[in-house]
Design a protein around this ligand. Structure first.
Ligand code: PLP
Length: 475
């Protein structure tokens, strides 16, 4: 096949570069690719990716966007293809070491599962199971029966339902109860949560009309009351998950909103976002409203995430009045947004940790929150003594860990960090890139040309890998 340069703009330099590119046959004969194929990588896949890469390079030579001609040697091209092959065959999703000190890091997969929950996923995934089979009657069962009562028991609610995630839960609640009706929300709660989940946009998609009341910092019961019309279906509260308004503020207590809703035959919905069963104030953090408190205060439907402070798999939990939950279960969205067997397996075990009063010792997010400061300090000093003879200026610093994951905005826990100053002649950018290319990749923090590693979020089985990688980096 001959290459036709259709646009007359191709410069003589580009034309000569194009001529100098190896043919596909020659590229396939590169040693690194021959070795890959000998080691078992499928030849057709290597060929396909080699073609793709050569095609991309030709295109960028033609449009003048390729400036670095050193990437065009046979060796360099072979390496590029090999990297691509490895990514396709080995997958790009991998475990990482989170040394950032952010416990629920949305970019790092949020909550890690407990060992028991992970094992339950493995067991159920690998075997037939009674997902939709009633072992009592021998007839068709309901997949949600494995979770609904458990969630309701923990929340202290009449009923519950679990869907794909909390965004889905909010969408489903609004679609079911507020389609072509009005939803009253405080102006300060019409928020955007990471990943472009905007409450006003969700309202539009669900067919609900948002009625914002009050001001950004103050909303009184009278503001809600004045906005009620015959079109109103729902009064809603949304947890301000990722920001905090300080200074003069007023949030109407949920119990007052509940009274108003009930008097006017409206549904009070509380989107808690993170949601927790455990009082965060026990750990010196601000008090995060618990799910049980919301139900007790009179919220008729409460929605929250499975993989934030709950510490389980991605899921959206809806707890509340039976008559409302039953309506949700019948909505066509319930089928579209349902959870799969692996989620059910992980969530069931995670919720049982709470029932058995072992959340703090078994669920990684709570282990990290409740980790005694003295232990973290000791660990940071141990890390430091292993590295100080290799890394000039290594020291331990007092600092703060963050909860993250759209829960407890601005709330931190005291911690101790291993601090490694960037050596002269090196750059933080290059060192952090090297850390990201470790197996597993290491994600830390950088402040003022110092690499920082927080023991609080490093899981025990990864500690040795982290230290070995840092020792190697120092050499
Ligand atoms: C995080 C959050 C959501 C979205 O939950 P996902 O489980 O990520 O879908 C919705 N509302 C609030 C208030 C949140 O904090």
């Amino acid at each position: 096949m001959s290459t036709i340069i259709s646009d007359g703009q191709t410069s003589p330099e580009a034309a000569s570069l194009l001529r100098s590119l190896p043919s596909i046959d020659k590229l396939m004969r590169a040693e690194i690719l021959q070795n890959l194929i000998e080691e078992g990588s499928p030849r057709e896949l290597v060929l396909e990716l080699a073609r793709e890469i050569l095609g991309q390079i030709r295109a960028s030579v033609r449009n003048g966007s390729l400036s670095d001609v050193t990437t065009l040697t046979l060796d360099a091209l072979g390496k590029q293809v090999a990297t691509e092959v490895s990514e396709v065959l080995n997958g790009s999703l991998c475990e990482v070491i989170n040394a950032s000190g952010v416990i629920l890091h949305t970019n790092l997969g949020r909550a890690p599962l407990s060992q028991e929950a992970a094992l339950a996923v493995q067991r159920i995934a690998r075997s037939f199971n009674n997902l939709e089979y009633d072992l009592e009657s021998g007839e068709r069962g309901n997949r949600m029966s494995h979770l609904n009562d458990l969630v309701a028991r923990l929340c202290g609610s009449e009923a519950a339902l679990v869907v794909n995630n909390n965004a889905a839960a909010v969408f489903m609640v609004l679609s079911t109860f507020a389609k072509e009706r009005e939803v009253i929300l405080s102006r300060g709660q019409a928020i955007e949560i990471g990943g472009s989940f905007r409450i006003p946009d969700v309202m539009v998609q669900s067919g609900a009309k948002l009625i914002e009341v009050g001001t950004t910092n103050k909303t009184y019961l009278s503001d809600y009351a004045a906005a009620i019309t015959p079109q109103t279906a729902v009064i809603m509260r949304v947890h301000s998950s990722n920001f905090k308004i300080i200074g003069f503020t007023h949030n109407t207590p949920l119990a007052e909103m509940a009274q108003l809703a009930s008097k006017n035959d409206l549904i009070l919905v509380d989107d808690l976002g993170s949601g927790t069963f455990i009082d965060t104030a026990r750990y010196g953090l601000a008090h995060e409203p618990t799910v049980q408190e919301s139900i007790q205060a009179g919220a008729e439907l409460v929605t929250f995430s499975g993989d934030k402070l709950l510490g389980g798999p991605q899921a959206g939990l809806i707890a509340g009045k039976k008559i409302l939950v039953d309506q949700l279960k019948k909505h066509p969205l319930a089928r579209a947004l349902r959870v799969d067997k692996m989620t059910i397996a992980a969530l069931q075990v995670t919720l049982q940790h709470y029932l058995k009063n072992e959340a703090e010792t078994k669920i990684p997010a709570w282990q990290m929150i409740s980790h005694p400061l003295a232990n973290i300090e000791k660990q940071a000093h141990e890390w430091c003594s292993r590295l100080e003879h290799l890394w000039p200026g290594a020291k331990v610093l007092e600092s703060l860990s963050a909860i993250g994951g759209g829960s407890l905005p601005g709330e931190t826990l005291p911690t101790y960090l291993l601090a490694l100053p960037v050596p002269t002649g090196q750059s933080a950018k290059i060192l952090t890139a090297a850390l990201r290319h470790q197996h597993p990749p290491i994600i830390g923090r950088v402040e003022r040309e110092t690499l920082l590693f927080d023991p609080r979020t490093v899981q025990a089985e990864q500690e040795e890998l982290l230290l070995a990688a840092l020792e190697q980096l120092a050499r």
